[in-house]
Design a protein around this ligand. Structure first.
Ligand code: DGT
Ligand code: CA
Ligand code: CA
Ligand code: ZN
Length: 577
């Protein structure tokens, strides 16, 4: 049994929620929440640390003896006695109840004791029956708000994909163009950090007439509800459920406010304590020594006052970026100009919409030096996946097309299916003749963690496989990742010298930022590829690049930043070894 960091973090989150409901002290609850975050953000597995005689769980930030013991218990048994005890005492549905606006842990506890409320359903029944307002400490207002609150909680957890948020941001910015006197405007928060999903949007504006800005803001056509409207802060809901906050700030504090509202909170907390150690104070208005303001107008100036270079927002997660900045060791993040080709795309021969010629022409138009055509294989029968013969035919067409091209090259590729037992559905003889073989899982994805890990590791051991495509299979807000041990997959990729794909489709973004970081740490090459099924989907590259940057990747960590010659050399060297 292998316990993943996310499993440990989830247990700690649950314990924190249940402790809070039970009335436990703020400090104890916070310790579990912090521990959850620390574990979730580790670049290696806690189980690995525990097994490593050179390392100690106690050395992790915020992890004392007691919490280290709890982590050990989870690593060794898969669960925590404390959680089982709490669950026996309090129904887990109360964790949803406490999230309803206006309730919170104490009120959830009271409703449980007085009315037997144990989840959102029983809460809804109690509210509709008018029993909530009879409980001491509750009034008709709270009761009236509960039904809407339940709806809101149910909608939570579905964070918006970054690409969708970007569309909203563009539309809002355009709408705000009509306001005279706006000298700066920027969307901060997780959106600016390029996080794969966004909870809400935090927009900052500098405007001579803040009242006019907020008037215009709340009149945005997509607004379904105005939560607040004022000269310094307005908040609206657009569409079904995206909250957007607008904050007006002074020009000479814009940089400090941008820093503050970009977060992440963990990054800013670390930055503030660093400021304190230097005898400085950092807040959303600026950097201060005593009463004297040292910086605030720009972010560069704010970081500089703290003795740091500017840190790209996508790194601000308190994952070592502050130390790296301090030591002059920030990564030079990969960017669009470094990308030389797209290594995963489909044509109308299988489930793509556009022809080989159209895909090639468009990849070329984008300034790429090469593109790999990677159609599906026969197991993916729904889309006419190719068999050995069909593949060879498809490559002959590529050879013919390449003859007419000079600067640009098509690679004869394939997205071969990884069968349940780790074998592939195309023969080695045929795979040996491909330029670029990516392998991926499509069926029977509900195997156990051990089975799935063995399956993928075995496929990576095939000498003709160059890369693992969409390694976890997750689709944001739609499908969880396969149960798979990514530490083992990354170790296997390193051992077999196989690359990992960062699938750039906005709903996939697979692998994620932490796995990118881990791949880099293990010397595993990553490539960002669109998995385009049409010409227009070749645009997805930039979403993948966002994620690559969040994963600290540099040009040299990647495969599709190589020139055509270097890429061919790398692929040929693999075939020989
Ligand atoms: P999200 O919206 O859930 O995707 O994530 P963020 O990072 O955008 O978080 P959000 O919207 O709650 O707040 C935006 C930023 O503002 C956040 O990254 C840090 C800052 N911030 C907000 N509330 C607090 C707070 O109570 N304390 C501190 N230190 N910073 C805060
Ligand atoms: Ca936000
Ligand atoms: Ca916010
Ligand atoms: Zn594909």
């Amino acid at each position: 049994m292998v316990v993943e960091n996310s499993d440990i973090a989830a247990i700690f989150d649950e314990v924190a929620d249940l402790l809070e409901i039970s009335g436990e002290s703020f400090f104890r609850v916070r310790a579990y929440r912090n521990a959850s975050r620390v574990i979730r953000d580790l670049s290696r597995s806690a189980a690995g640390i525990e097994a490593d005689p050179e390392q100690k769980l106690e050395d992790l930030p915020g992890i004392g003896k007691d919490l280290a013991g709890k982590i050990r218990e989870i690593v060794n048994t898969g669960d925590l006695a404390l959680r089982r005890d709490l669950e026996r005492e309090y129904p887990t549905g109360l964790m949803d109840v406490m999230k309803v606006a206006g309730l919170g842990p104490r009120k959830a506890h009271a409703l449980f004791l007085e009315l037997g409320v144990k989840d959102l359903e029983s809460l809804g029944e109690a509210a509709r029956a008018g029993r909530v307002k009879e409980v001491k400490g509750f009034g008709p207002r709270t009761e009236a708000n509960i039904l809407e609150g339940i709806y809101a909680v149910k909608g939570l957890g579905n964070r918006m994909m970054w690409a969708d948020a970007e569309e909203r941001v563009r539309a809002i910015m355009e709408h705000m163009d009509a306001v005279p006197g706006i000298s700066a405007m920027e969307a901060a928060g997780s959106y600016r950090r390029l996080k794969e999903t966004v909870g809400d949007l935090d927009v900052l504006v500098v405007c001579d007439d803040a009242g006019a800005a907020s008037e215009r803001f709340v009149s945005f056509p997509g607004v379904t509800r105005v939560i607040a409207k004022g000269p310094t802060r307005s908040a609206v809901v657009i569409g079904d459920d995206l909250q957007v906050d607008l904050r007006a700030v002074a020009a000479d504090s814009f940089g400090a406010a941008l820093q503050y509202f970009t977060g992440s909170q963990a990054h800013s907390v670390a930055l503030r304590s660093m400021a304190l150690r230097k005898g400085l104070k950092l807040n959303e208005y600026g950097v201060f020594r005593d009463e004297k303001k040292l910086a605030g107008r720009t972010e560069e100036e704010v970081y500089e006052a703290l003795g740091l270079p500017w840190i790209p927002p996508e790194l601000r997660e308190n994952r070592g970026e502050i130390r790296a900045a301090f030591e002059g060791g920030l990564p030079r993040l990969v960017s669009a100009k470094d990308i030389r080709g797209d290594l995963h795309m489909h044509t109308d021969l299988t489930d793509g919409r556009d022809s080989l010629e159209a895909m090639a022409a468009d990849a070329r138009r984008r300034g790429y030096l090469y593109a790999a055509v990677t159609n599906h294989t026969k197991r993916v029968a729904m889309v006419k996946g190719l068999d050995d013969r069909g593949l060879l035919d498809s490559w002959r067409a590529i050879d013919r097309l390449n003859e007419g091209l000079d600067e640009f090259h098509l690679l004869k590729g394939v997205e071969v299916d990884i069968l349940e037992n780790g074998a592939l559905d195309i023969s080695d003889e045929v795979l040996a003749r491909a330029d670029f073989v990516i392998a991926s899982v499509h069926y029977n994805t509900n195997q156990t963690r051990a089975q799935m890990t063995r399956r993928i590791v075995k496929a990576l051991g095939n000498p003709f496989v160059d890369a693992l495509a969409h390694p976890t299979g997750r689709k944001i807000n739609k499908r969880p990742p396969y149960q798979v041990n990514m530490d083992d997959v990354i170790a296997a990729a390193a051992r077999f010298d196989v690359a990992l794909e960062l699938n750039a489709a906005p709903r996939r973004l697979d692998i994620d930022d932490l796995a990118c970081r881990s791949a880099r740490d293990h010397g595993v090459k990553v490539y960002v590829a669109t998995d385009a099924h049409s010409v227009s989907e070749l645009d997805y590259m930039r979403y993948g690049l966002n994620q690559a940057r969040r994963g600290w990747l540099e040009k040299g960590d990647m495969l599709n930043t190589l020139t055509y010659r270097s890429l061919r050399k790398v692929l040929r060297a693999r075939d020989r070894s």
